[in-house]
Design a protein around this ligand. Structure first.
Ligand SMILES: Cc1ncc(COP(=O)(O)OP(=O)(O)O)c(N)n1
Ligand SMILES: Cc1ncsc1CCOP(=O)(O)O
Ligand SMILES: [Mg+2]
Length: 547
């Protein structure tokens, strides 16, 4: 028995779906008049994009109106794993979480036409099959594959739906075995399908699964994966992979959930996606299993439909813990008016938690908060950040994280603030997606121009006055601030040494784009944060009414 090292659970990039949207040329973040005229982001130019290995899976399967399985699951699974997925529809099913109410097969010739359209034009790496409703469709597919060979063929022998409904009749079975298996790289039956393929043999144990894998292997595929997810009496979900010589047992925890509809389609599509990306078969199967396991775990409490078999969330975006609710704060430049920036050293000095510091700043009227916790342990920082996200959301005050994109993603903050030595803003945008706020520190007009091109939402400019809070930070004075404000296409917040004594003079400058002041020590290196914040807010308001 080969031993398989475990993979970590699959975790998608937080905003993959949003990032895809952002890449679309027609999409414009449209958060401010400035962003509406922003030029499209320039991605690195690829010498020969046609030669790039854009991984491409073609799924040949049935449509599931409930979108938990079939074509819909295949496309979602491939998208989640970063492979393009085209689709040839073999049948349209009327289906929901209760079962299959109807099947409308697509005429065989038209299946052939769809295959021709895709295979003759697009560089398909891997074909994955799902519901093939008739022997004729299997034959049409085999003919197409002879004409347009692909790198790999993944056959999920869908015959019965999870609800027990028949999706492919007995006559198809023979054609499957005789024509399709011999050209397949892998066949992925569950125990029920394996049993059907082998003439209704009964399969109860791992040893039965191995025997079944061996028998199906003799029908021609290079690999057989017999999936044990349906096997009762085991706390683990065990699958058996056979390559003709060696058996490999893949073991994962059995996730207790009603939302298992589409696991077979998803697993096979994930294998196809990984093969299209160039993985070995063992690695592809491992990733696929881990993906399904993680998606099931993530979606275990999801409630879609009233029937016994629910779908799951392939993109890990639907169901969110409470602290994630109500995200996507639209950026409003007026939020920069009184920008409170926390400091771990000051919180310690005054024996306050980050949470209490943020609560007090909001109570005093801060309009945006940044957690700038340079010395906090990551875990402690994240826990505090999650608590602050809740506090800020309930007050309608955006919460940004300084420097730490990972923490911002994990706590689903409203955005981040980065400086010239931190991650470039365009990379941050790629990771965070279009809905998050990104601020960039800029001291020069070139930096301000770059921040705009990179897709930032605002600029932090300073130090306006000398400060001891940030070491070795050059003082720009009003002149430096003016240069950046005049050049900037983004709203600007002034920072550095600003306090109750000088904040009014900054606001009275009336520079274009200058929307407010960002303050650390004048709020947090004080005995009462709420009182200092309230006082500063009224100073700023008075200054604005004067200018
Ligand atoms: C609003 C605002 N402006 C500027 C800064 C400074 O950011 P950076 O230059 O990255 O320096 P650090 O804060 O990371 O030390 C800021 N934090 N906030
Ligand atoms: C983070 C930062 N960036 C430029 S100056 C500064 C520190 C501002 O702190 P303070 O308000 O205490 O002067
Ligand atoms: Mg920084």
């Amino acid at each position: 028995m080969a031993s398989v090292p475990p993979l970590p659970p699959y975790r998608p990039r937080h905003s993959d779906a949003a990032a895809l949207l952002f890449r679309s040329p027609s999409f414009s973040p449209g958060v401010s008049p400035a962003s509406a005229t922003r030029p499209p982001r320039r991605f690195p130019v690829v010498a020969s994009a046609r030669d790039m290995p854009w991984p491409h899976v073609l799924t040949v399967a049935g449509s599931d109106s409930g979108a938990g399985a079939g074509i819909q699951a295949d496309i979602k699974a491939c998208a989640a794993l970063g492979a393009y997925c085209s689709s040839v529809i073999t049948a349209v099913t009327a289906q929901n979480t209760v079962g299959v109410q109807g099947v409308h097969a697509v005429p065989e010739e038209f299946v052939g036409e769809q295959l021709r359209s895709v295979l003759s034009d697009m560089s398909v790496d891997v074909v994955k099959t799902g519901m093939l409703p008739s022997a004729g469709v299997v034959k049409v597919l085999c003919e197409s594959l002879r004409k347009f060979p692909v790198k790999a063929l993944v056959v999920d022998p869908v015959m019965v739906s999870t609800s027990g409904d028949t999706l492919s009749g007995p006559s198809t079975l023979a054609t499957y075995r005789d024509e399709l298996f011999s050209v397949a790289d892998i066949v992925t039956p569950n125990v029920k399908e394996a049993s059907k393929l082998l003439g209704d043999v009964s399969l109860h144990t791992i040893s039965d699964m191995r025997n079944a894998a061996e028998s199906i292997y003799k029908l021609g595929p290079k690999y057989v994966l017999v999936k044990g997810g349906d096997m009762p009496d085991s706390s683990d979900a065990i699958d058996v992979l056979f390559d003709g010589k060696e058996f490999t047992e893949l073991r994962g925890p059995r996730i207790k959930t009603r939302n298992t509809h589409g696991t077979g389609c998803t697993l096979a599509s994930c294998i196809a996606a990984e093969l299209a990306k160039g993985a070995t078969m063992l690695h592809a199967v491992q990733v696929a299993k881990k993906f399904v396991e993680s998606a099931l775990y993530h979606s275990k409490d999801l409630v879609i439909g009233n029937g016994p078999q629910g779908p799951f969330d392939h993109l890990f975006e639907l169901k969110s813990p409470l602290y994630k609710m109500g995200s996507l704060q639209k950026f409003n430049p007026d939020n920069l008016f009184l920008y409170a920036v926390t400091d771990s050293g000051m919180n310690k000095k005054w024996d306050r938690s980050i949470k209490d510091a943020v609560k007090a700043a909001i109570e005093g009227g801060a309009t945006i908060v940044q957690l700038r916790e340079k010395d906090a342990d990551t875990r402690e920082f994240l826990e505090a950040a999650k608590a602050c996200v809740q506090i800020c959301k309930s007050s309608g005050v955006p919460l940004l994280i300084n420097d730490r994109i990972d923490v911002a993603l994990a706590c689903n903050a409203d955005g981040v603030h980065v400086g010239q030595s931190d991650m470039p803003a365009w990379e941050v945008r790629e990771l965070l997606g279009p809905g998050k706020i990104i601020g960039v520190s800029c001291k020069t007009l070139d930096q301000a121009e770059q921040a705009w091109k990179d897709g930032a939402d605002y600029i932090g400019c300073g130090g306006v006055f000398p400060t001891t809070t940030k070491k070795n930070n050059p003082t720009l004075g009003f002149e430096g601030l003016r240069t950046v404000c005049l050049a900037s296409k983004l709203p600007v917040v002034a920072i550095g040494g600003i306090n109750a004594g000088n904040a009014g003079s900054v606001m009275e400058l009336g520079f274009p784009n200058l929307k407010g002041v960002a303050v650390v020590s004048a709020l947090f290196d004080q005995e009462c944060v709420a009182i200092e914040t309230r006082n500063l807010r009224s100073i700023l308001k008075n200054a604005c009414s004067r200018s």
